[in-house]
Structure formats: structure tokens, C-alpha cells
Design a binder for this molecule. Structure first.
Ligand code: GAP
Length: 429
């Protein structure tokens, strides 16, 4: 884990937020490679759940919502963790993590009784800080989809089963954030709310569990590092009837990447009751009006990025050298090609390499680098998972060919410059 964290900082994937001020604890910023990886991940998710299906529509709801949403959803009343403070060292703990102990795990001091702590971030809308203008940062993106259920019925006229998908920030005032980007107070979710007939809910839950598990496999995550864990009745969220987590074997243990829950008709019923708008679905073949059940696959962008980085991190011995290489799936790798001149003191080679990079940039994420000897440049690209290194040498000036080196096999092939774009596109397809 330490090596992955260090690589993330060294190579520009993830930085500590506000570092020049000593850092804001457990808050992270994505750097140039991190944001590419994140965008690629989100694109892959969107493609698989929106574009490749014909029953799921995309959405992008606002983070700020009417405060009544969170009363209806049960978050004002139920979205609590019990916290306990150490009277000596003043550290704060989640009661669930103390496993019945009454002593501080850090200093052995006496702990206060568990007190409920609402995880929602509260702020005020407008200029007056008063109860009437209190508003929350959403703790899940899901509610933005539930409150738009009627708008989707009216604008898209879908038949059940159908779903909504959304990627966006969520905020929770976690008592015990930690493990790098695993548990933070600001994070991004990828959520699907899939509306089904109640009698189909169990079957659709199983289908989604399978589909979501396979998506991680398709992204190249090692099967041995993934498992499914059904929730016990005592750990279900207040809205759920059943839930199965997809867990990853992180260096700090098996932990949740995504939860796939059967939320029943809880949310639509609650919003109907609180808003006074009837959110039932009308089946005009069977002439029935009812509340659909909701199957919800809900994953974390940041947690998936962390799992992908851990899974892709490899250290290999090459002759007497240690090669660190991020073997990220080709769709996820932040950079597809790096163009490197073999001799940086030869202007014709540098010019040709720069031109090749400029041309490739129109079709794929490409970087140009001439700031070191070739061995060092290769290592640098391996560390960020660049799929192909394209080397321009003296011979290239004469035979108009370059050397393409594959990241994982390190095998090299001479490719005509005229054909380079097609060659790489074929390899990346
Ligand atoms: N709408 C359902 C829901 O929000 P959840 O299990 O609380 O369910 C879904 O959250 C996913 O969001 C988790 O599986 C995880 O990937 C991500 N997530 C939740 N809390 C997080 C946190 N504090 N930091 C990072 N990711 C988090």
C-alpha cells in the first residue's frame, strides 16, 4: 500500500489536498494521470450501463436538493453512526469499530458513552444562517434519481424494467475516514436505480450482481481479489431488504467496492407521502397502478481507482534492475503512447519525434518526453502504465520507421511511421 501511495504522489496520480498548508486530512486531489484514469473508468462504466443497454438512461442531478428529500429518504432520522470520544487523548471512534470495548484503542483511556452522529454535511443556502435555510450536501446520488422518476416517465415513457444511471460527488462526515482514498468525506459514486415489478425484484437483483461482478473482471481486476458478500440482516441500510457487496482484497483486508441492494418501494413511497405527488407507475396493459421496487448497484469511483492501482501495481526484476509497472487495462491506462527520441541532442530526431507525437495526439492520449536517457524514459512510462513507447532513432530518419515497445511484454517491433496510428489503434481496440 505504501508503495502505491508513494507512486501516486511521485508520478502525479493523487496528491494530498491543500498540502502546502499541511494538508486537509483524508482529502485527496487527482493529478494529471489520476484524472485521466478516473475519466477512463467513468467512461467505461457509462458505456457498459448506459450505452450498451437500451433500458438505462443517464442523469446528472444537482448536489444540493430540497431539505425535505432527506426527511423523506430517512437520512435525517436514520443516517447516523454512534461515536465515542476518549476522555484522555480526545480521539473519536465509531462505536461499531470498538467491538464492545470500553477502553480507548489508542491510549487505553476512558471512553464516553456512544452518541449518535449524523453523517450528512449541513450548510446554509443564501445569506441568513437560520434553521429554515439549512440544506445538506447529498450523502448519495440516488435521491436525485428518485425525485426525477416522474420526469423520466413523462419525457421518455419507458416500460418497466428500466433504470437511471448517474455519476457524481457525495459527501459524508465520516467519523473514521482513512486507508488513503478508501474512506473519505468527499467521494464520487456511480449509481444505478433500476425500477422493476415487485415480483421480479429478487431475479433482477441476482442479474445485476452478476453483471456488476463481470464488469470488474472485464477491467482486468484479478478474480482472486474479488468476492461477493451478502449482507446479514443486522447490517442492512434502513431502506434495504437485501444487499450483496462486491469486495476487493485490499492490502488492509477485504473491503467493499460496490453494494447491490434491493431498496424495495421504500423511496418512491416515501417521496409520494412527503411531496404529495403520486409516484406510482401505471401499467397500461395490465391496467395496474403500483410502486416499482428498486434494484440499486452503487459503486465508488475512488475505491475502484484504488483497487485498480493496487491490482495493476507490479514490481519485476529486469536484469539487475527493478521495473515498476502499472499493468492497467488498455481502456483505463491514462496514456496510450509516449514518443521518445533516442538522442535528444540531434535536432532532426527531436523534430521528427515531436511531429509524430503531435499527429498521434489527434487520435489518442500521447505524451512526448526527451528529458532523460531512454532507459529512464521507459521506466517512467512503465510506472504510469503507458501502453506503448515509440522510439525515434537515427535509422528512423532514413527508413521512416520507429520502434514500438509494448508495456507488458517489453517486446519491440519496427513500424513504418505512416502506419503507426493504425498499428496502435489496432492494438488498443
Ligand atoms: N445509494 C446507496 C449507497 O450510497 P453505500 O454502500 O453507502 O450505498 C455506495 O455507498 C458506494 O459508495 C460504496 O460501495 C463505496 O464504493 C462508496 N462509498 C461510500 N462511502 C464512501 C466513503 N466515505 N469514501 C469513499 N467511497 C465511499
Amino acid at each position: 500500500m505504501d508503495r502505491v501511495v508513494s507512486l501516486c504522489k511521485r508520478r502525479g496520480f493523487i496528491f494530498h489536498s491543500s498540502e502546502i498548508y499541511g494538508g486537509l486530512s483524508n482529502t485527496w486531489d487527482y493529478g494529471p494521470y489520476g484524472v485521466e484514469l478516473k475519466n477512463n473508468l467513468k467512461r467505461s462504466w457509462w458505456k457498459s450501463v448506459v450505452y450498451e443497454r437500451d433500458d438505462v438512461f443517464g442523469m446528472d442531478a444537482a448536489i444540493l436538493m430540497h431539505p425535505k428529500v432527506w426527511e423523506a429518504s430517512g437520512h435525517v432520522e436514520n443516517f447516523f453512526d454512534l461515536k465515542s470520544d476518549c476522555k484522555s487523548c480526545k480521539k473519536r471512534f465509531k462505536v461499531a469499530d470498538l467491538k464492545g470495548s470500553k477502553k480507548c484503542p489508542e491510549c487505553g483511556g476512558e471512553l464516553t458513552e456512544g452518541r449518535p452522529f449524523n453523517l450528512m454535511f449541513k450548510t446554509y443556502q443564501g445569506v441568513i444562517e437560520e434553521a429554515a435555510s439549512a440544506i445538506y450536501l447529498r450523502p448519495e446520488t440516488a435521491q436525485g434519481m428518485f425525485v426525477n422518476f416522474q420526469n423520466i416517465l413523462d419525457s421518455k415513457h419507458p416500460k418497466l424494467p428500466f433504470g437511471l444511471a448517474q455519476i457524481g460527488k457525495a459527501f459524508r462526515n465520516e467519523i473514521t475516514p482513512g486507508n488513503f482514498t478508501f474512506r473519505t468525506r468527499e467521494f464520487e459514486q456511480m449509481e444505478i436505480e433500476y425500477f422493476v415489478r415487485p415480483e421480479e425484484a429478487d431475479k433482477k437483483l441476482e442479474e445485476w450482481i452478476g453483471a456488476r461482478f463481470n464488469w470488474y473482471l472485464k477491467l482486468g481486476v484479478r478474480k482472486d481479489n474479488l468476492r461477493l458478500r451478502p449482507h446479514g440482516k443486522d447490517e442492512l441500510a434502513h431502506y434495504a431488504k437485501a444487499c450483496t457487496d462486491i469486495e476487493y482484497n485490499f492490502p488492509f483486508g477485504w473491503s467493499e467496492l460496490e453494494g447491490i441492494a434491493n431498496r424495495t418501494d421504500f423511496d418512491l413511497k416515501q417521496h409520494s407521502k412527503t411531496s404529495g405527488q403520486d409516484l406510482q407507475y401505471f401499467d397500461n396493459v395490465k391496467k395496474e397502478r403500483f410502486y416499482p421496487y428498486i434494484i440499486e448497484p452503487s459503486g465508488g469511483v475512488d475505491r475502484t481507482i484504488l483497487a485498480l492501482l493496487v491490482d495493476a501495481y507490479n514490481e519485476e526484476k529486469v536484469k539487475d534492475d527493478l521495473r515498476v509497472v502499472l499493468k492497467l487495462h488498455k481502456d483505463l491506462a491514462p496514456v496510450k503512447a509516449a514518443v521518445l527520441p533516442l538522442l535528444r541532442n540531434r535536432p532532426e530526431i527531436v523534430e521528427l519525434a515531436k511531429k509524430i507525437a503531435r499527429d498521434l495526439k489527434k487520435n489518442m492520449v500521447t505524451v512526448y518526453d526527451d528529458t532523460g536517457a531512454i532507459g529512464k524514459l521507459y521506466r517512467r512510462q512503465d510506472e504510469v502504465g503507458t501502453l506503448y513507447c515509440v522510439t525515434v532513432d537515427v535509422q528512423s530518419l532514413e527508413d521512416k520507421q520507429v520502434t514500438a515497445r509494448h508495456r507488458d511484454t517489453m517486446q519491440q517491433e519496427r513500424v513504418p511511421i505512416d502506419n503507426l496510428k493504425n498499428y496502435l489503434e489496432e492494438k488498443l481496440a
